[in-house]
Design a protein around this ligand. Structure first.
Ligand code: SF4
Ligand code: SF4
Length: 122
C-alpha cells in the first residue's frame, strides 16, 4: 500500500465537519453496541435525516472553527471519541494517499508561519 501523505494527528479534523457523514445500518448497529442502547435509540440519538443518497447522517454539535462538526468529535483535542466504533466512512476516508484539506492546511501554515494555524474554507 502506498504511503499516506497526510497526518490526521496534525489536523483539526476538517473531514469531521462535513455536513453529511453517512451512516449505514451496520454503523448504527455498531454505535448501539458501543453505547449499550437499542439500534432505534442509536439511530435517533446519533443520526439525523440526510438526503436521498445518504438517508441517515451523523448529528453535529457546534464547532468554534468549522461552525459545526460531528457530535463525536472532541472539540478541544480534535480527536474522535468513538474511534473503535466510528462509521465505515470515517475508517475509509480520504480513500487516497493524499488529503486535499491537509495539503491546503500545510500550505497555509507555511504561509502564515504558524504550525498551529487552523485553515478554514470560507
Ligand atoms: S481532513 Fe484529512 S488530514 Fe484532516 S483528519 Fe480528515 S483525513 Fe485526516
Ligand atoms: S465518528 Fe469520529 S471520525 Fe467519524 S466524523 Fe465523527 S468524530 Fe470524525
Amino acid at each position: 500500500m502506498a504511503r499516506k501523505k497526510y497526518d490526521c494527528l496534525k489536523c483539526p479534523a476538517y473531514c469531521c465537519s462535513y455536513a453529511h457523514i453517512p451512516t449505514t445500518k451496520t454503523d448504527i448497529k455498531r454505535l448501539a453496541k458501543h453505547f449499550g442502547v437499542s439500534e432505534e435509540k442509536a439511530r435517533k440519538k446519533f443520526t439525523k435525516k440526510g438526503d436521498k443518497e445518504n438517508p441517515r447522517v451523523l448529528r453535529h454539535t457546534a464547532d468554534e472553527h468549522f461552525v459545526s462538526s460531528c457530535m463525536f468529535l472532541d472539540k478541544q483535542t480534535r480527536n474522535c471519541t468513538i474511534y473503535e466504533a466510528r462509521p465505515k466512512i470515517c475508517r475509509d476516508f480520504p480513500t487516497q494517499t493524499r488529503c486535499g484539506y491537509y495539503d491546503f492546511l500545510m500550505f497555509e501554515r507555511e504561509v502564515q508561519d504558524d504550525p498551529e494555524w487552523i485553515a478554514t474554507t470560507d
